[in-house]
Design a protein around this ligand. Structure first.
Ligand SMILES: Nc1ncnc2c1ncn2[C@@H]1O[C@H](COP(=O)(O)OP(=O)(O)OP(=O)(O)O)[C@@H](O)[C@H]1O
Ligand SMILES: [Mg+2]
Length: 464
């Protein structure tokens, strides 16, 4: 293929791709026909309007145009000049006229336009504006392909449901705006008349319209103004430009919503998986340490840990949000641990003072585990066989951190035990969760009994 054959090919393709827009703007059936070797014209592509009745009910794609019927097509092709409009034709009871335009130098093809007479008899303002724009669009398209002024690629488009149409004069002013276009502009905050206004003053018009208002090329641009997202498709005509504008706010919002939903579901899957892994590793760690005599107690503790995490998971599953009220989770967890260790009828005074508001689910799950462990220790070592005693759990929220403190009135940390470094499994879990997972701090204070304080930043930056 020579480069000029290649140019002809892309020109014809561009024309074919824009035929539906032409058909709808021109209220006409539009056909693109190319010559065969024997000199007959064959339909390469065609389109019927959604906006008007069409004399031709079906596509003629691939058909050869009969010279005695399609006089205009052959005349335009042989003379290289526009032809038609002088005879009235009838098909399916519809009276119509045919116009033919040569395409390119040579010419290399013809475009046929069949329009029902009832459209041209008494056209309204919209029909008149659309048909004038269609005439110019056809002229542009028969001279050469339309390219996107940004990408330099061939540009094609068509009407979409709910779009608005505007005409722009060569000096950049709106000379026509369809009712839809006016509505779209109103929603985007344009007050006063749209017609007569410089296109550059419309929301996003400065880059969605103005660059091609002087003719030639096309542009597609999306703009976000006054809470509305507008999509412009602007085609330069022989004088000024044709603008199709769509309000795509809802469509974009739905796209975003779906993305967020997908991400949320992924996150939930992720978290459930992480929890299961945590449970598995807890059980593994425990199994390593369990002696025959401790097996029962150890498995009981494992169960308690899993149950504490499940409390948060349970709160989470009841809402769409990725956050839980940790105070609510804390009360349930304290209750769960106390009942497990002391039974129902204990006289130990357990107070929970918690006001945290919602916190991120991931942190809440980890904190649930920490809380269960600390309460367990307070009851197991602090109350230590007494049938009365006092345990206090406090959880409160500071601007950037959550503070959780568990106190008891027991014997205090045993001599020779360094809670910063020594531990059995319980404190080991607490330390690793607080420091490694939540990037927080852990402190122990004595005096009467033991108070363990955990501070956790509420925004955890660990790249997950
Ligand atoms: N509130 C407390 N009062 C007194 N001693 C405590 C308290 N909390 C922890 N300790 C001491 O710290 C030790 C280590 O605690 P840790 O929770 O790590 O292990 P554990 O409770 O002995 O066993 P497990 O890991 O099975 O719960 C405990 O054995 C206990 O001696
Ligand atoms: Mg313990």
């Amino acid at each position: 293929m020579t480069s000029s054959e290649h140019d002809t090919q892309s020109h014809l393709r561009n024309l074919a791709d824009n035929l539906q827009l032409l058909a709808d703007m021109a209220y006409s059936a539009v056909s693109l026909a190319v010559p065969s070797e024997d000199g007959s014209l064959r339909v390469l592509a065609d389109a019927r309007p959604y906006t008007a009745i069409a004399p031709l009910p079906a596509s003629r794609e691939g058909q050869v145009l009969a010279p005695k019927d399609e006089i205009e097509a052959y005349e335009a092709f042989t003379t290289g000049r526009p032809a038609g409009g002088s005879r009235s034709r009838t098909a399916r009871g519809i009276k119509y006229a045919t116009f033919a335009l040569p395409v390119g130098e040579g010419p290399c093809a013809v475009v046929l336009r069949d329009i029902a007479e009832q459209v041209t008899e008494a056209p309204g303002a919209m029909e008149t504006a659309f048909m004038a724009a269609a005439d110019e669009l056809l002229e542009v398209l028969t001279h050469g392909p339309i390219t996107d002024s940004r990408t330099n690629e061939l540009f094609s488009t068509r009407r979409t449901a709910g779009d608005g149409v505007m005409r722009i004069t060569p000096d950049g002013k709106v000379s026509y705006a369809s009712p839809n276009a006016v509505n779209i502009m109103r929603l985007a905050g344009v007050e006063g008349p749209v017609i007569g206004r410089p296109a550059a003053e419309l929301p996003g018009g400065g880059f969605g319209i103005s660059p091609v208002a002087g003719g030639g090329d096309a542009i597609e641009a999306e703009t976000d103004v006054a809470g509305r997202v507008l999509l412009y498709r602007t085609v330069g005509l022989t004088s000024g430009a044709l603008v199709l504008v769509e309000d795509v706010t809802e469509a974009r919002r739905r796209e975003l919503e779906l993305k967020v939903k997908d991400a949320t579901i992924r996150e939930v899957h992720h978290r459930v998986k992480n929890n299961l892994q945590t449970i598995a590793s807890l059980l593994r760690m425990q199994a390593r340490r369990v002696g025959d005599e401790g097996a029962k107690a150890a498995l009981g503790e494992a169960n308690e840990r899993v149950a504490a995490m499940a409390v948060v998971q349970d709160l989470l599953s009841g809402s769409d949000a990725e956050q839980v009220d940790f105070a609510e989770a804390a009360r349930t967890i304290v209750d769960l641990v106390a009942r497990g260790l002391l039974g129902e009828k204990s006289r130990v005074d357990i107070t929970v003072e918690a006001a945290t508001g919602d916190i991120e689910a991931r942190a809440a799950t980890s904190l649930a585990l920490v809380l269960a462990e600390l309460v367990h220790n307070a009851l197991e070592h602090g109350i230590a066989g007494r049938d009365t005693g006092k345990v206090t759990v406090r959880a409160r929220r500071l601007p950037e951190e959550l503070v959780l403190a568990v106190s008891d009135d027991g014997p205090g940390i045993p001599n020779g035990f360094d809670p910063e470094s020594d531990s059995n499994l319980g404190l080991e879990i607490v330390r690793s969760v607080v420091k490694d997972d939540l990037k927080g701090t852990l402190s122990f204070s004595g005096g009467r009994g033991v108070t363990v304080t955990v501070r956790v930043p509420l925004v955890i930056k660990d790249g997950e």
